[in-house]
Design a protein around this ligand. Structure first.
Ligand code: ADP
Ligand code: MG
Length: 469
């Protein structure tokens, strides 16, 4: 590649719309949760878009989308399009039927349109590789209305059909080639390399990468990719992302943004979520009831009780011990060795009840954990989801009981949202808190967002609080 004088090209076309720029981290986290639980990895990942108009697409593309009747981007499109439009290498994982094709096609057309027209010697600008003929045909068809609107040309090339037709198509010139890797190699070798070449390729798509991998097409894919300019943009889409594929991806995608959609629902359906509106004064009695019900039944069951502050953890520990419940507590005020040994005791069943703050219980995975009690109501949806998700691990069932007081009506909004997103009914008295709080927001008595947290989310807040003690 050092010997070839490649022309410069542009791959960053994205300008963040003002509505998105104004969203804080908490709002973006929630939006991703709502968009089928988008998970991202990588640095400076753009926020997901919610409308086609936010994608930075040309009017011709927007018209075609409208004619196709696609109202708004699907979840994978919402996150992948701004990332690809920013020039990033992207790994997109989402189940079949989630709209991955459009997610790589729309930015691809924009990318191609930015470049000077092909001259007679030029090969394609964009290479879309897919494992099978059927998929190649399907993608090709999906391109068609856009090709017409944008005045672009594509060739569809796969094994098992006469290569001479495909050679003729390529010779007429095409900005896009949708192909299976084997046939692409044949075409590159055809007529002593005069049919087509990879010199102008700046955008590569590996679609259904998991199937390409399963079918043993990796060597062909690698061979083609290695012969394109190293500063190209590469995107990989797949329904699954097996570990062995990561190695391949790492070889051909520099500093990628990873996007996974719908890996897990908000709260697993195995978890029975109960939310109770209670006064501060009757929480403790109710907790004793819950612990009694559980631990009288099965000696091996564990329960985890969440509080918001270290001193509450210590206070509750004292009260429970007095009632004869063997329990321990973990929070940020204890050193790591202490915490580790407490967690080990909890896992081994030395103590069946553990009291914790959110930060201290992060990642806790105990199979026998049957009950989570949010003794103090979590004040953020992420935190609720994380706490509740400590039970119901590995397909086991679990129960999560959350206490909320009437004074905590502002937290009811997030909890109701989590219930709704995990398709659980919202108890009427919780709904009443939500309605009451929303009414206060409307009349200006309360602010809707948690402005006091500066959008950092509870995790940071809890950490800061624990550090301060
Ligand atoms: P995948 O590659 O993820 O399996 P496809 O890209 O084949 O999914 O898309 C599945 C179907 O959804 C196709 O029929 C496509 O036309 C349609 N589709 C794609 N994007 C949208 C959208 N934003 N709104 C509605 N339908 C869409
Ligand atoms: Mg697909």
């Amino acid at each position: 590649h050092a010997k070839i004088n490649y022309e410069p090209f542009r791959k960053d076309f994205y300008v963040e719309p003002i509505e998105l720029a104004e969203m804080n981290e908490k709002e973006v986290d929630e939006l991703r949760l709502e968009l089928d639980g988008i998970k991202i990895r990588g640095q400076d990942v753009p926020k997901p878009v919610v409308k086609w108009s936010q994608c930075g697409l040309p009017a011709q593309s927007l018209n075609v989308i409208q004619n196709l009747g696609y109202e708004k981007p699907t979840s994978i499109q919402a996150q992948a399009i701004p990332a690809i439009m920013s020039g990033r290498n992207v790994i997109g994982v989402a189940k079949t039927g989630s709209g991955k094709t459009i997610a790589f096609l729309l930015p691809m057309f924009r990318h191609i349109k930015d470049q000077r027209p092909l001259d007679s010697q030029d090969g394609p600008i964009s290479l879309v590789m897919t494992p099978t003929r059927e998929l190649a045909v399907q993608i090709f068809k999906e391109c068609k209305p856009f090709l017409k609107a944008l005045n672009l040309r594509a060739v569809c090339a796969y094994g098992g059909s006469p290569i001479k037709d495909q050679i003729a198509d390529l010779k007429r010139g095409a900005e896009i080639i949708v192909c299976t890797p084997g046939r692409m190699i044949d075409l590159l070798a055809a007529n002593g390399g005069r049919v087509t070449n990879l010199r102008r390729v700046t955008y590569i798509v590996l679609d259904e990468a998991d199937r390409m991998f399963d079918m043993g097409l990796e060597p062909q894919v690698m061979k083609i990719v290695a012969n394109t300019r190293p500063d190209r943009q590469t995107v990989l889409f797949s329904a699954t992302f097996p570990r062995q594929m990561e190695a391949l991806a790492r070889k051909i995608l520099v500093r990628p943004v990873e996007i996974v959609v719908g890996a897990r629902s908000v709260v697993a359906p195995e978890i029975n979520q109960i939310v109770e509106v209670r006064s501060e004064a009757n929480k403790f009695v109710r907790l004793l009831e819950l612990l009694g019900e559980l631990h009288d039944k099965d000696e091996d069951d564990r329960s985890l009780i969440f509080v918001n502050q270290q001193e509450s953890a210590d206070g509750l520990l004292r009260d429970l011990m007095r009632r004869g419940y063997p329990c321990m507590s973990i929070h940020g005020g204890k050193d790591q060795i202490d915490r580790d040994s407490t967690i080990a005791d909890f896992k081994n069943g030395v103590v069946p009840v553990l009291i914790a703050t959110s930060v201290a219980a992060r990642g806790l995975d105990v199979k026998q954990l049957k009950l989570v009690v949010n003794y103090d109501c979590p004040n953020h949806m992420e935190d609720y989801v994380h706490r509740v998700g400590r039970t119901g691990r590995a397909g086991n069932t679990g129960t999560a009981v959350t206490f909320i007081t009437e004074e905590q009506d502002r937290y009811s909004v997030d909890i109701a949202k989590a219930l709704r997103l995990s398709k659980q009914p919202i108890p009427p008295d919780v709904q009443k808190l939500v309605d009451g709080f929303n009414e206060k927001v409307k009349t200006g008595k309360e602010k809707a967002s948690f402005s006091g947290f500066g959008g950092k989310g509870l995790e940071r807040l809890d950490q800061e609080r624990d550090l301060a003690r």
